[in-house]
Write a protein that binds this ligand. Structure first.
Ligand code: TRP
Length: 409
């Protein structure tokens, strides 16, 4: 427990807008697996971001569950990582709204993903698409995240998250940890098979450009046989900036086989693209086969997946609420509304020892419970749930208590 507290925190998310791609497997998830011992990791299925474009309800539901199965099949151990669905943890929406109010119109207008997505969805440029980065900032800041593993296309979003967090901290003190983008040491950037100048992506116009981890071996082979290379005479297999297609295929082959670029060049020396492309296809098929089979098996075990989701949401909600309720919202001046309609008031102890703070509060007829009881050292909670009107009546007492610490306005 002691040790866990010192681990750095990692948060990342992927939209359940389709099956995971070979690009996200090789570029992201494969690396996530390696991080779980050293870091405390939260991996989120961001279904709230997904509705910034229209979704078919049944598909969205199925994909969220299937994405979880795919995460686990890729090697993410649900015991070592917190795997959960964003919409299961309402704190994301709560902090998302708060951060909307600390995010500027101008900075959102400059986001390249917004410009890009709004030009592709001209008939549905909704406010959610615009404020997407504030919700993403909430995802990250809710867990006091240190590191955010993301691809290059998401770096701008991590930047704006940092800006929002610093703005908030400038006003209220050290509320949020300022996160850093995390570029894994062995991150592969997998490009489209048909337009290798673009990243492999679900939104590729040519369906042959993107490989999915759940795709059938026949389909995968077909895509690799059609993969774009170049017309250089001799069809030599070597990596260079002019041969984007071949370089990308070599990279994919390298991730599958563990061979270096030099070894691959030697292996296919004199054989041409006709032999090279199917060989890459075969290697990918064999790499993905156990993952696909495991994901298919897990998809048949809905009860197991739902258990994982319940457990993940519970763990995530605990951590998120601790930061949100005991941190951002109180610092900002909210008393916390409870679902039962009553109020708890959380106070940050002005003394290092929350117990001493509670003892002192008794002198002012305020009954406080030190935070340790509910897992949050350094804070105290009003001992009983009070109605709004009672809270009003206790205000003079709180004022006196605050004055005794020299905190009065
Ligand atoms: N915007 C990310 C993407 O499209 C997904 C995402 C949402 C995310 N929230 C996040 C990524 C928080 C990292 C951290 O890929």
């Amino acid at each position: 427990m002691e040790e866990a507290a010192h681990k750095k925190i990692i948060f990342s998310g992927i939209q359940p807008s389709g099956d995971l791609t070979l690009g996200s497997y090789m570029g992201a998830i494969k690396n996530w697996v390696a991080l779980s011992d050293e870091y405390e990791c939260y991996y989120c299925i961001v279904d709230m971001h997904a509705i910034t474009v229209r979704q078919v309800p049944a598909d969205l539901r199925r994909r969220a569950l299937s994405q979880l199965a795919q995460y686990i099949a890729c090697g993410l151990d649900p015991k070592k990582n917190t795997l959960f669905i964003q919409s299961h943890v309402p704190a994301h929406a709560q902090l998302g709204w708060v951060l909307d109010c600390y995010t500027m119109f101008g900075e959102l207008s400059r986001m390249t993903q917004f410009k890009d997505k709004s030009s592709k969805n001209a008939d549905n440029i909704n406010a959610g698409l615009f404020t997407y980065p504030a919700l993403m900032a909430a995802d990250i800041l809710l867990y006091q995240t240190d590191l955010v593993p993301v691809g290059g296309d998401q770096k701008q979003h991590v930047e704006i998250c940092r800006d929002i967090a610093m703005r908030f901290n400038n006003i209220y003190g050290d509320v949020f940890t300022i996160p850093e983008p995390y570029i894994p040491p062995t991150g592969a950037r997998i490009m489209s098979l048909t337009s290798p100048e673009n990243k492999m992506s679900k939104s590729d116009k040519d369906p042959g450009g993107c490989i999915y981890i759940m795709q059938s071996p026949d389909d995968i082979m077909r895509c690799f046989k059609r993969a774009v290379t170049d017309s250089e005479t001799g069809h030599c297999v070597y990596a260079c900036p002019e041969k984007l297609g071949v370089t990308n295929l070599m990279q994919i082959y390298s991730v599958c086989t563990g061979k270096t670029m030099d070894e691959i060049e030697a292996e296919f020396d004199g054989m041409g693209y006709g032999a090279f492309k199917p060989a890459v296809g075969e290697a990918v098929v064999e790499t993905l086969r156990p993952i696909r089979e495991e994901a298919e098996r897990l998809m048949k075990d809905k009860a197991y997946l739902e258990d994982i989701l319940r457990d993940g949401a519970e763990r995530a909600a605990y951590a998120a609420n601790r930061e949100l309720i005991y941190g951002a919202l109180t610092d900002m001046g909210y008393a916390c509304a409870r679902p039962d309609g009553a109020f708890y008031l959380f106070l940050k102890s002005p003394e290092p020892d929350a117990r001493a703070f509670c003892r002192r509060a008794m002198d002012y007829d305020i009954l406080l419970v030190p935070g340790d009881d509910f897992g949050c050292p350094g804070y105290a909670r009003l001992a009983y749930c009070v109605a709004r009107s009672q809270l009003q009546r206790s205000l003079p007492a709180f004022r006196k208590l605050a004055e005794s610490y020299g905190l009065s306005k």
